[in-house]
Design a protein around this ligand. Structure first.
Ligand code: NAD
Length: 272
């Protein structure tokens, strides 16, 4: 399991934010951590700090994922934990979630990139490591989704849609491979103080970012990383770093139409 000292972990998007905090926490616990990020310099900085290994990689490139997994298993050791954390969010932009102008629109790029990073990269990682884990009789996959994957993010349809897909993928992996020793966790945070919500990198602030993020409180990346590691170790599937999300899901599933009405009201209350 992921609490054995010396076990190997890969964290994608490990150069900043939640991924970096996960790398620091896992290394402090004695794991050998591979920091994978499209920003090579950021990956190298974190790896140097934690005595880990840096990999400059675009997680949307499946062949690069396959090469990374092969290389890590040959040079460092069997991957016990793969955290698919890299993620992007762009917001709907001025034209809205369906491009009010119609026709070709740059918003399509945002949809495609969100799909590639937030979903397909997690599929590629699972395809690359699960067969190896099955051969060894076990391993742990952690997919970082979002509360937007359960409740929707107002103002970002592509993010909401792709994070729902990440939750769906994680459910399928947990159901299909749980009996064969693969533990799957999916993480659904609300606001965390990172660049993704418009906060400064490595910020200690608990207010700010894009509109509406502060409603239920903004957590620090380090707090979130601690919760993720501890609950993953317990073998938990659904990791809710912000406890109120559990209540919101219950309300939503209890009366979907009422929930949509509540979200519309909330949207009207946000600054334009
Ligand atoms: N910050 C929040 O409020 C929040 C809330 C819920 C979920 N999340 C999720 O947490 C995860 C981490 O985000 P964060 O908040 O730390 O943001 P962040 O922007 O600080 O970090 C994201 C990291 O992913 C890397 N990355 C992006 N595209 C990549 C690619 N194609 N290949 C490799 N690396 C790539 C970036 O370089 C960066 O280091 C994301 O999946 C995000 O959706 C964040």
């Amino acid at each position: 399991m992921i609490d054995k000292r010396g076990d190997v972990a890969i964290v994608t998007g490990g150069g900043h934010g939640i991924g970096r905090a996960l790398c620091r926490r896992l290394a402090a616990d004695g794991m050998q951590v591979v920091v994978a990020d499209i920003e090579g310099e950021a990956a190298r900085t974190v790896a140097a700090e934690i005595n880990g290994t840096a990999k400059e990689i675009d997680v949307c490139d499946e062949s690069a994922i396959v090469r990374m997994v092969e290389d890590v298993e040959t040079r460092i050791g069997p991957i016990e934990l793969f955290i698919s954390n890299a993620g992007v969010a762009f917001g709907d932009g001025e034209s809205g979630s369906v491009s009010k102008e119609g026709g070709l629109n740059p918003i399509d790029d945002r949809w495609q990139t969100s799909w590639n990073v937030n979903v397909m990269a997690q599929v590629y990682a699972a395809r690359a490591v699960i067969p190896r884990m099955l051969q060894r009789g076990g391993g742990h996959i952690v997919n970082i989704a979002s509360a937007a994957g359960l409740l929707s993010q107002i103002g970002d349809a592509a993010y909401s849609t792709t994070k729902h897909a990440s939750v769906g993928l994680s459910e399928s992996l947990a159901i299909n491979y749980g009996d064969d020793g693969i533990t799957v966790s999916v993480v659904c945070p609300q606001a965390v103080a990172t660049r993704l919500i418009g906060m400064e990198d490595d910020s200690n602030a608990t207010e700010g970012g894009f509109g509406g993020n502060e409603i239920d409180g903004i957590l620090q990346a380090e707090e979130v990383a601690d919760i993720i590691v501890e609950q993953a170790r317990e073998g938990r599937f659904m990791i809710l770093t912000h406890p109120k999300v559990a209540t919101y899901i219950q309300r939503k599933s209890g009366d979907y139409d009422r929930w949509i009405g509540g979200m519309r009201k909330f949207r009207r209350s946000l600054p334009k």
